[in-house]
Design a protein around this ligand. Structure first.
Ligand code: FAD
Ligand code: DHB
Length: 390
């Protein structure tokens, strides 16, 4: 088999890239290790920056997002038992974010891909990358007991943090990493969100909490837990009780509880691999970088990588101009490091660190108080939250 761009991974990065390339008349094949249902079963992001919404529209898959996505104008911070609104819309000159689940975005992309007859090989095992330093790269993979070869002009490594692309160039990357001493226990439930028009971020003496949503009938909540905790340690009842103890009493009284339909623990990590281009191989999305979820930047960064990568590949394959591919890594990393900084900062501000002593705790409390009373710092939070300009 031969294609112009071979894409590894059918997560948001790979699917969005495939769609944008196909729209420009560039053929591509996606190889995905899992089944489509497995990919759709992973509950992750929920908050989209405008750049991501615009890219979905540009890819021709924005219709349901425009209909069902819920626009948020503000966020709320809870600490010391009180809630403080941050007017994101007002502080950024009218910018907003949109609540729309990663699952839904992925489904829209998968359906569009299937409808356009674009090839995706699910359950492709042992994907291996070859000859990407030359101009005839290829992938090999196993499917139905047979080994297949996919020849191509370019390889896009959109295969997430645990994928094969970055692992293949391990000796050529510089890795920057920070691992946090806690995780997020997340619960999805078929209950109306307690705060449908603003995500609520909480810092209490019992730890971080987050009240988010997927729709007017489906909520998503998180609490900070020790990394050693297992999902089995947390009954639904224990989760709801803990969540309510971490927010202000008025909000706690309004939380509608119900059975969890998904419950999982995600470790928190900051990670960047540099560079993101190796000859004719490009890393995009979580394959190249991870942020802790605080501030909702991961999927949005993946979308920006894809915006730059699709433009670069189209420029090269249509106009023979190498400028986009030559500057891809540098352009992406500039934006990535700003999102890394923001996610690290918000994580540090909103979580309880097990080894923080009195002084560190007092400084955190002072910063929270400063934040909600300072237009300058609130504006900084707001402009990072909606996404810095491209
Ligand atoms: P992935 O979604 O990881 O997709 C990679 C794909 O590659 C997968 O389907 C995988 O099966 C496949 N793959 C892996 N290895 C191979 C292989 N060897 N061969 C073939 N295929 C392979 N981000 C936000 O912007 N906003 C949020 O609100 C937000 N909330 C989050 C909450 C949680 C709890 C978590 C864990 C993450 C959150 N994120 C959020 C981050 C966001 O989910 C990720 O950044 C996003 O999934 C990255 O997309 P991706 O396509 O790059 O990688
Ligand atoms: C989610 C929302 C957020 O605002 C965030 O920072 C992280 C995750 C969510 O809905 O999953």
């Amino acid at each position: 088999m031969r294609t112009q761009v071979a894409i590894i991974g059918a997560g948001p990065s790979g699917l969005l890239l495939g769609q944008l390339l196909a729209k420009a008349g560039i053929d591509n094949v996606i190889l995905e290790r899992q089944t489509g249902d497995y990919v759709l079963g992973r509950i992750r992001a929920g908050i989209l920056e405008q750049v991501t919404v615009d890219l979905m529209r540009e890819a021709g898959v924005g219709e349901r997002l425009d209909r069902e996505g819920i626009v948020h104008h503000s966020i709320e911070l809870v600490f010391s038992g009180a809630r403080h609104p941050i007017d994101v819309h007002g502080l950024t000159g009218g910018k907003v974010v949109t609540a729309y689940g990663q699952t839904e975005l992925t489904r829209d992309l998968m359906e569009a891909r299937a409808a356009a007859g674009l090839p995706t090989v699910y359950e492709a095992a042992d994907v291996a990358l070859h000859d990407f330093d030359g101009d005839k790269p290829r992938l090999t993979y196993r499917k139905d007991g047979q080994t297949h070869t996919l020849e191509c002009d370019f390889i896009a490594g959109c295969d997430g943090f645990h994928g094969v692309s970055r692992a293949t160039v391990k000796d050529r990357v510089t890795e920057y990493e920070k691992v946090y001493p806690f995780g997020w226990l997340g619960v999805l439930s078929e209950t109306p969100p307690v705060s449908p028009h603003a995500i609520v971020y909480g810092n209490s003496e019992r730890g971080f909490s987050l009240c988010s949503m997927r729709s007017m009938t489906r909520s998503r909540y998180y609490v900070q837990v020790p990394v050693s905790d297992q999902v089995e340690d947390w009954s639904d009842q224990r989760f709801w009780d803990e969540l309510k103890r971490r927010v202000d009493p008025e909000l706690a009284g309004r939380i509608v509880t119900g059975p969890s339909i998904e419950k999982s623990i995600a470790p928190l990590r900051s990670f960047v691999a540099e560079p993101m281009r190796f000859g004719r191989l490009f890393l995009a999305g979580d394959a190249g970088h991870i942020v802790p979820p605080t501030g909702a930047k991961g999927l949005n960064l993946a979308a920006t990588d894809v915006k730059y990568l699709s433009a670069a590949l189209i420029e090269f394959l249509k106009d023979k101009s190498p400028h986009g591919i030559d500057t891809y890594s540098e352009r992406c990393l500039k934006r990535i490091w700003k999102a890394e900084r923001f996610s690290w900062w918000l994580t540090t501000l909103m979580h309880r660190f097990p080894d923080t002593e009195g002084f560190g705790q007092k400084v955190q409390e002072a910063e929270l108080d400063y934040l909600v009373n300072s237009k300058a710092l609130s504006t900084s939070l707001a402009e990072n939250y909606v996404g810095l300009p491209l």
